[in-house]
Ligand binder design. Structure first.
Ligand code: NAD
Length: 253
C-alpha cells in the first residue's frame, strides 16, 4: 500500500481526472479530502466512494480560485484530519474557444484564472501550511500536454498550463530544502465527462485523435490517478520538479 492511512487533499475531485486520482489514492489506503465547486457532483462522488472504500472520505464544496475560500476549506480539513501528507491540484477549466485573435479580455482573464491562478492559489496555501508546521510533503499539480505541444483554438488554456509547469518547477526549487516535493502530471486526452460530451457532438474527432496516440486509445482517469498516487507517496521519494506526461505516448507521436 502506497498510503496506508496517509491524508491526501485533492481539488476538482467531483468528477473526471480528480475523481480518478481520489480512487487511485483510496486503492492505496489513503484517507482523502475532496474539494470542488460542484456540490451536487461532489456529494454523489462521496456517496459512491464511501460505498466502496473503508478509509476516511470527506469533502467540502468551495470556489478554488479564491484564496480565502481555499484556506477556509484547507483548515476545515485540518480540523478533521489533523495533518495532510499530500496535495493534488487538479481543478481547472477554461472559457472561450476559437482562433487566438478572437479571444476577448474577459475570456483571457477567466481562463488564466481557472487554469493557472487556481493552482497558484492552492499551492501557496499548501506550501505555507507545510512550512509553518514544519511538515514534509508531496504536491502534484495537474497540467496538460497542450502546455508542451500547444493547442490550436484553446491557446490561452495551453499557455496557462505551461505557466503551471514553470511555476511548479520554480516552487520545487524553493521548497526542496524543507523536504517538500512538487511534481507535475501532464495528461494526454483522458476519457472524462467533458471529453465524452465533446466526442458525442463530434464523433469523427475521437477516431482521428486515437490515431495520434501510440497506444491507439484514450486514457482512463484512474491511469492519471495511479501516477499521481505514486508521486504523492514515499515510493517516489527521489522524484522532484518533474513534468511527467501520462498520455499513451501521444507526446512523442
Ligand atoms: N480530460 C482531459 O483529457 C485532460 C487533458 C489534459 C489535462 N487535463 C486537466 O486535468 C484536470 C481535470 O480535468 P477533467 O477533464 O477531469 O475536467 P472536469 O471538468 O471533468 O473536472 C474538473 C473539476 O474541477 C472543478 N472545478 C473547476 N473549476 C473550479 C473552481 N474554480 N473551483 C472549484 N472547483 C472547480 C469542476 O467542478 C470539476 O469537477 C484539469 O486540470 C485539466 O486541465 C484534462
Amino acid at each position: 500500500m502506497e498510503h496506508n492511512q496517509r491524508n491526501i487533499l485533492i481539488t476538482g475531485a467531483a468528477q473526471g481526472i480528480g475523481k480518478g486520482i481520489a480512487q487511485a489514492c483510496l486503492d492505496q489506503g489513503a484517507n482523502v479530502y475532496l474539494l470542488d465547486i460542484n456540490e451536487e457532483a461532489l456529494n454523489a462522488t462521496v456517496s459512491q466512494l464511501r460505498s466502496i472504500y473503508t478509509t476516511n472520505i470527506e469533502a467540502f464544496a468551495c470556489e478554488l480560485t479564491d484564496d480565502k475560500s481555499f484556506k477556509n476549506a484547507l483548515y476545515k480539513g485540518i480540523d478533521h484530519f489533523e495533518v495532510f501528507h499530500g496535495f493534488c491540484n487538479s481543478a481547472a477549466s477554461s472559457q472561450g474557444i476559437g482562433p487566438f485573435e478572437t479571444f476577448s479580455d474577459e475570456d483571457f482573464n477567466a481562463t488564466v484564472n481557472l487554469s493557472f491562478k487556481i493552482v497558484w492559489t492552492c499551492l501557496k496555501e499548501e506550501i505555507s501550511y507545510l512550512r509553518e508546521n514544519k511538515l514534509t510533503g508531496s504536491i502534484v499539480n495537474i497540467s496538460s500536454n497542450s502546455a508542451i505541444r500547444g493547442y490550436a483554438f484553446n491557446s490561452i488554456y495551453a499557455a496557462s498550463k505551461a505557466a503551471v509547469n514553470n511555476l511548479s518547477q520554480s516552487v520545487a526549487k524553493e521548497v526542496a530544502r524543507d523536504q517538500i516535493r512538487v511534481n507535475v502530471v501532464s495528461p494526454g486526452t483522458i476519457n472524462t465527462p467533458g471529453v465524452e460530451a465533446y466526442f458525442a457532438k463530434e464523433p469523427s474527432a475521437k477516431e482521428k485523435l486515437e490515431k495520434t496516440i501510440l497506444l491507439k486509445r484514450l486514457g482512463d482517469p484512474i491511469e492519471i490517478g495511479n501516477t499521481v498516487s505514486f508521486l504523492l507517496s514515499d515510493r517516489s521519494s527521489y522524484i522532484n520538479g518533474q513534468i511527467i506526461s501520462v498520455d499513451g505516448g501521444s507526446s512523442i507521436y
